[in-house]
Design a binder for this molecule. Structure first.
Ligand code: OAD
Length: 256
C-alpha cells in the first residue's frame, strides 16, 4: 500500500497494542473523511456548523418549517459525498480487516466511505445520508434523486408513494434518537475489544462521545488519532497527533 507519507512516526505503544490485538474497534468522526474533501462540523472556518446553522438544517422542526431548504442542503451533501473518494485512512482500515484482524468500525459519519474503502463491518450511529425514508410513515424511498446543487437553495423533497409525506435523509438530527439498538451494539463491541482507536472526532456529541469512556471503563487500551486535542483526549491512553490519512497507512506498514 503506497500513500506517499513515509515520514510518519508511529508511537511504539500503538504498534505494540495493534500488533497483539485480535479485535479492534475504530470509533470514527468527521475528521476521518476530512482528507477525502468532506468538511468536518466544528473545525474553525471550514466546519459545516461555522458556515451553516444546524438549527435550521438538522432538526425535525427545521424540516417541518422549511422542508425545501433542508432537502436542498442534503442534496448538496449527497452530491459532495458522492464525488468524494475514500482516503488512505479508510483504505487502511479495510486492509487491516482483509489481513485477518477483526476490525469493527463504529462511525458517526453518514457517508459511505468506510464501506467504499473496504470495511464490511460498519455501524452508523448517526444514520446514513442515502437511506432516504418518509418523514411521516418511515417507508424507505428508493427512487433515484438528483444530487448536487447549491446548499441554500430550495428544492421540494420527493413524496412518499405510501402516504404522500415528504422524503427525508437517513441521518439522525439533533434531538432525535439513534437508530434502535445501534448504541448497545457499539458498547458490546467495545467491551470485547483488545484495542479502541478514536479517530477524527471532537467528542462533543453524546451519546457517541461516551464511547471512549466505555472502553476505558472496560480496561481496553484507547488510542486517539487526531491532529488536535479533543474533549475525550484525557480518556485516551495514547494521543497520536496526526491525521488519519497519514497515521493509519503508516500503522499498517508497521504491522506488515
Ligand atoms: P467534529 O467536526 O465535531 O470534529 C471533527 C474532529 O476531527 C476534530 O476533533 C478535528 O480535530 C478532527 N480532524 C480534522 N481533520 C482531521 C484529519 N485529517 N484526521 C483526523 N482528525 C481530524 O465532528 P464529529 O466529532 O464527527 O452529528 O461530530 C459529531 C457529530 O456532530 C456529527 O456526527 C454530526 C455533528 O453535528 C449529526 O449529524 C447527528
Amino acid at each position: 500500500m503506497s500513500d506517499g507519507h513515509t515520514d510518519v512516526q508511529v508511537p511504539a505503544g500503538v504498534i505494540e497494542a495493534a500488533s497483539t490485538a485480535r479485535r479492534v474497534v475504530a470509533l470514527t468522526g468527521a475528521g476521518m473523511s476530512a482528507e477525502s474533501g468532506i468538511a468536518t462540523f466544528r473545525d474553525r472556518d471550514t466546519g459545516l456548523w461555522s458556515r451553516f446553522d444546524p438549527m435550521t438544517l438538522a432538526t425535525t422542526q427545521a424540516f417541518e418549517d422549511d422542508p425545501d431548504l433542508v432537502w436542498a442542503w442534503y442534496l448538496w451533501r449527497i452530491g459532495v459525498i458522492g464525488q468524494a473518494q475514500p482516503n488512505p485512512g479508510h483504505v487502511a482500515l479495510g486492509e487491516w480487516q482483509r489481513r485477518g484482524t477483526t476490525v469493527h468500525v463504529v462511525t458517526q459519519n453518514v457517508d459511505d466511505l468506510h464501506e467504499r474503502g473496504g470495511s464490511t463491518d460498519v455501524l452508523h450511529l448517526h444514520g446514513e445520508l442515502n437511506a432516504l425514508r418518509c418523514f411521516d410513515c418511515g417507508t424507505a424511498y428508493t427512487e433515484p434523486v438528483e444530487p448536487g446543487g447549491e446548499p441554500l437553495e430550495r428544492i421540494p423533497p420527493p413524496t412518499c408513494a405510501e402516504c404522500g409525506g415528504n422524503v427525508r435523509p437517513g441521518v439522525v438530527w439533533f434531538g432525535e434518537m439513534l437508530p434502535p439498538g445501534v448504541f448497545d451494539d457499539a458498547v458490546a463491541l467495545i467491551e470485547q475489544a483488545d484495542l479502541v482507536l478514536v479517530i477524527g472526532t471532537s467528542g462533543m456529541v453524546y451519546p457517541a462521545a461516551g464511547l471512549p469512556g466505555v472502553a476505558r471503563g472496560a480496561g481496553v487500551p484507547v488510542v486517539e488519532i487526531n491532529p488536535d486535542e479533543t474533549d475525550v483526549s484525557d480518556l485516551c491512553d495514547i494521543r497520536w497527533r496526526d491525521t488519519t490519512a497519514r497515521a493509519l497507512p503508516a500503522l499498517l506498514r508497521e504491522l506488515a
